[in-house]
Design a protein around this ligand. Structure first.
Ligand code: AKG
Length: 283
């Protein structure tokens, strides 16, 4: 009798709380998706009312067909399934963009602290649509930090912090243990919702563009009996904890925008629980 070969992604992910790099698409394909994003950005600056950035930045898979398409790529879903199992929802997908030579950063935090989800069956696939390296402010992960459970955070609401409330871990992070998550366009990293992570400002001449797709198991639920919307991207949903939507077929179609707005209203209280100053994008 021989035992099944252990999956190297699952093994490393369980040990470290992350895995990278994973090739998800060619550099050219990543460039084509970046172009689609940049077209949406230019339309958004021409029509800010219609292209409310809070929506397409943080619930991008609700309103942008190309983001929904990325979230369903087998090259992303197979590694995600190896971590979460066969039945997978996308809870949301948000862009993390840092312009060249700007001070924007992300403080040390754990994702699941703020999302009001009932358990830890979640993984983020962070897909690079540009180079993400030390100079451009790639993410940094602390290996093994997912084992600590969720720790206290404090709010800073720092302007240059890309997180909704500028939240940061209230414990000292041993930066000597931080790993730079260097990715080429088209590669992704996977990280656990308890993994300590952060990123420095972009000191390069190019934009640093990442799409963070939040995958959850169908067993996960939103707290307080709320049933937000989600997209089933693999397997079946026998739990019914989320209201399932089909993916968008037209950029910023009115119906999809309305669903995204409704969804933001359903979850925003979790992001700002006990916080004094709501107002930034939810992440
Ligand atoms: O893009 C970054 O630098 C941070 C992203 C992040 O915090 C996340 O995906 O959870």
């Amino acid at each position: 009798m021989h035992s099944a070969t252990p999956n190297p992604i699952t093994q490393a992910y369980q040990r470290d709380g992350f895995f990278f790099p994973v090739d998800t698409m060619s550099r050219e394909q990543a460039g084509a998706y970046r172009k689609e994003l940049e077209e949406v950005e230019s339309r958004a600056s021409a029509e800010p009312g219609r292209y409310n950035t809070a929506i397409w930045f943080t619930n991008a898979n609700f309103v942008l067909p190309f983001v929904d398409e990325i979230s369903r790529l087998p090259t992303i879903l197979e590694p995600v399934k190896s971590v979460l199992g066969p039945n997978i929802l996308v809870w949301n997908a948000s862009f993390f963009i840092k312009e060249p030579h700007t001070p924007d950063f992300v403080s040390w935090h754990q994702d699941l602290k703020y999302w009001g989800l009932t358990d830890s069956g979640e993984v983020t696939a962070w897909v690079a649509l540009s180079d993400a390296d030390v100079r451009s402010g790639c993410m940094r992960f602390v290996a093994g930090s997912h084992e600590t459970g969720l720790l206290d955070h404090r709010d800073t609401f720092a302007d240059e912090n890309l997180l909704s409330r500028g939240q940061e871990l209230a414990v000292e992070v041993d930066e000597s243990k931080a790993v730079d998550v260097v990715l080429e366009p088209g590669q992704m990293s996977l990280h656990h919702g308890h993994t300590f992570h952060a990123s420095h400002p972009n000191q390069s001449d190019d934009r640093r563009i990442g799409l963070a797709i939040r995958y959850i198991t169908t067993e996960m639920a939103q707290r307080d009996g709320i049933r937000p919307y989600a997209h089933l991207v693999a397997g079946e949903d026998h739990c019914g904890n989320f209201q399932l939507l089909s993916g968008p077929i037209e950029t910023m179609a009115r119906h999809n925008v309305e669903l995204a707005v409704e969804n933001i209203k359903m979850v925003e209280n979790f992001f700002y629980e006990e916080a004094a100053m709501p107002g930034k994008a939810l992440r």
